[in-house]
Design a protein. Structure first.
Length: 331
């Protein structure tokens, strides 16, 4: 039975930012944000400001360099817990099928609480504190939690407002295309169920590439296993191709069996292929028909989304031809 096409991906999560905007972010988007030079710089400046404002660490007066070090380590711990929590809630929302956006403020408070526990434990080892869970713990949690939420508000409203919008729009486009593709697969599945046993069996064999068998190298829909792509003495089955990528005087053949790099012109290969085999969305790429999920347009750009999650750019002057080709050969 096909998967629910409307099901949320386990690698993405709708989040409600403190400024009231809803963004769709993926796990790798969050990871890239944490490694972004502007983010790292802003976080370092924020830690220095906190070190200048607060002369104490766990109630003990320490030098400015040590305070800066403390806040930087605390920030790293916080970033780690945010990454863990984002992955957990992305999985939880996917598993439960929840659609409502998760408040970033709540996630940040949870990460702050986890970091609070860690550096209070560190405080007992480094500074010799004994009363870890004294009356000040709640006050510290609220104070640090508000500081973290204020930093998130700064990011989403002033530092990265356009970046968050662009990333979210891009991910929404991917999600919508994934839903459309899933619905097409469900329609094909229903057609097979309604067909006669003989026809249905034939369709299932031909359509193996649309299911999990696609990943293992099963013959894609309508492919002829005897057809090959010839490069000198080497031959590559056409039905095993995913995409071709031209790199200077070489072509990278990405197939179900792996990646092969050969010295040849891309045109010498595409001349051996039929129009129905695939499409050339860009002068440097050719993509097999059965690898394509659909065409995604976002921010004035377009790309082909493949079943393995790869994205192939579509040149602006070829966009109309690619759209027509998809309508004819994929639907």
């Amino acid at each position: 039975m096909p998967d629910d096409p409307d099901k949320t991906s386990c690698h993405e999560l709708h989040v409600l930012a403190t400024n009231g905007r809803v963004f769709l972010l993926r796990v790798d988007d969050v990871d890239r944000l944490f490694l972004n030079r502007i983010f790292v710089t802003a976080l370092a400046v924020y830690c220095i400001v906190l070190a200048l404002v607060d002369p104490q660490v766990f109630g003990v007066h320490v030098s400015l360099p040590l305070r800066c070090l403390f806040w930087c380590v605390s920030a790293l711990a916080l970033v780690f817990f945010i990454g863990v929590l984002f992955r957990f809630f992305a999985w939880l929302y996917c598993w439960r099928g929840w659609k409502r956006a998760f408040p970033t403020a709540l996630m940040l408070l949870m990460a702050t609480a986890a970091a609070q526990v860690v550096y209070h434990i560190v405080g007992t080892r480094v500074f010799g504190l004994t009363n870890i869970w004294g009356g000040s713990i709640l006050g510290e949690f609220l104070r640090y939690g508000l500081v973290v939420i204020a930093f998130e508000l700064l990011l989403s409203t002033i530092i990265f407002p356009k970046e968050f919008e662009d990333i979210s729009r891009y991910n929404e486009a991917r999600a919508q295309e994934r839903v459309r593709w899933g619905r097409r697969q469900n329609e094909e599945h229903r057609d097979m169920e309604q067909a006669s046993p003989l026809v249905a069996g034939s369709m299932r064999v031909q359509g193996a590439g649309a299911s999990g068998d696609y990943e293992t190298g099963a013959n894609p829909i309508g492919a002829d296993p005897s057809r090959t792509l010839s490069v000198g003495r080497q031959k590559f089955p056409v039905n095993m191709l995913i995409y071709l990528k031209s790199i200077e005087h070489y072509v990278e053949l990405v197939t179900h069996d792996g990646v092969e790099t050969i010295r040849v012109a891309l045109r010498d290969l595409t001349d051996q292929l039929d129009d129905a085999d695939g499409v050339q969305p860009h002068r440097s790429y050719w993509v097999a028909r059965d690898a394509i999920v659909g065409l995604v347009k976002t921010g004035g750009n377009a790309f082909l989304l493949l079943r393995d999650g790869s994205e192939i750019p579509v040149a602006r002057h070829r966009r109309q031809d690619v759209t027509a080709w998809i309508s004819e050969h994929i639907g």
